[in-house]
Ligand binder design. Structure first.
Ligand code: MG
Length: 166
C-alpha cells in the first residue's frame, strides 16, 4: 500500500534540497526520449512520482538526506566520516550503494542507466555535483540519479504510459 503522506514528505524534502520533480523528469526524458517516440515530460514526471511511491525509495531518500544534513552541520560522530562526506570522497562509495539499492528494484535497465547518468552528470545531477556553498549533496546526487534511472526503466518496460491531453 502506498504511503502518500510519506511520498509527499519525500517530495518536499527533495524540494528543500533544491530538487524538483520536473528536474528528475528532465533526466528521464534525456535517458528515454530516443527509445520512446513522442514521450512527454508529463509521462516522465508520472514515472518519477511512481518511483517515489515505493517504500524502499522513500527510506533511501530519508536516510541519504539525513546523513547529508548531519555532515553539513558537522554532527557526524567520527571525524573520518565527517571529512569523507563533506569532501564527497570518491572512494567512500556507500552513496552509490544506496543508489544501487533503488535501481535493483527496477532491474538491469535501471542499473545501466544509473551508470550512464552518473558518468554524464546531466541537468540537476551536475547542478548538485558542482554546487557552491555549504550544502552537502554526497548522497543526494546519487539518489536523484537512481530515481531518474529507475523511472527510465519503468518507461522502457511500458509500465507508465499515460494518456496526456496536449
Ligand atoms: Mg555522491
Amino acid at each position: 500500500m502506498v504511503n502518500y503522506k510519506l511520498t509527499e514528505k519525500c517530495i518536499n524534502l527533495l524540494k528543500s534540497r533544491g530538487v524538483e520533480l520536473r528536474d528528475i523528469a528532465d533526466c528521464v526524458m534525456f535517458l528515454q526520449s530516443k527509445y520512446v517516440p513522442n514521450l512527454s515530460i508529463e509521462e516522465c514526471e508520472a514515472a518519477v512520482r511512481s518511483v517515489l511511491e515505493k517504500n524502499e525509495v522513500q527510506n533511501a531518500i530519508l536516510t541519504g538526506i539525513a546523513v547529508d544534513i548531519m555532515a553539513e552541520e558537522g554532527k557526524l560522530p567520527y571525524e573520518e566520516l565527517q571529512s569523507m562526506l563533506c569532501n564527497d570522497e570518491p572512494l567512500y562509495g556507500l552513496d552509490e550503494v544506496v543508489a544501487y539499492g533503488i535501481c535493483n528494484l527496477y532491474g538491469s535497465i535501471a542499473l545501466t542507466n544509473f551508470g550512464y547518468i552518473d558518468k554524464e552528470k546531466i541537468g540537476i545531477i551536475s547542478k548538485l555535483n558542482n554546487h557552491e556553498g555549504p550544502q552537502v549533496n554526497t548522497f543526494l546526487d546519487d539518489i536523484v540519479g537512481a530515481i531518474a534511472a529507475s523511472a527510465a526503466s519503468k518507461i522502457a518496460h511500458g509500465g507508465k504510459r499515460i494518456d496526456v491531453d496536449l
